[in-house]
Design a protein around this ligand. Sequence first.
Ligand code: ZN
Length: 242
Amino acid sequence: MKTSVFLTVFSSVFLMASNAVAEQYPKPEQRMVPLALECRSPGVIALTFDDGPSANYPQIIDTFEYHNAKATFFMVGSKLEKQHHIDEAMLAVNAGHQIENHSWDHPDFTTISNAQITSQVDKTNEILWTTLGVVPRFVRPPYGRIDVPKAMPIWDMDYGIALWNIDSEDYRKTSLLWGPGKVLDKINGILNTSSPSEDSFIILLHDASDTSIEKLGDILTTIKEHGYSIVTLDECVDNKGL
Ligand SMILES: [Zn+2]
């Protein structure tokens, strides 16, 4: 009797362990791109939204649908512990937008240990998989703060680091000198001095920023008027000659 109880307990522990292994998230299938700062080919622009999910997702998704384009959303893992954020995120997943990893709770990676960075990336990968069925490929370090020693644990896990080459500055508070028009003006100003035959861009935006959201349709329109195609980050780093 004692033996069979022991065996039952042992086998259920073993089964739990097997389940834990079986529930680990899958690894990305695409080739690893160590650092994304611009796209592989000229003429394309990836718009990336950090810090979500948020209540602005439906409006962003509608705007991209109207322009027949896709965005890339860098999500904060801990937000996916709340059902309303999972619902917002699923809107983006179902509409075919790209979903990526923006850490668990948004620490400055240059101020935490490598083990903590690994945990930030790992926990976010896990919740992206368990709540959304998404396998991310890139990590965007909060505030864009990263250096080679702090990138090593991320590269060791086979994830790339995604930064940007246009900062919309949409995190600035609206004031007499700064507002939605200025975010659009800044992007316009950079595009005016660029050439789609030579340049490509990854633009940093924030979905919770009303300054970006108010002018998002105009931002997408001006990108097209300047002769650029709007792409996901995957298309940005992989595709030639879009
Ligand atoms: Zn952020």
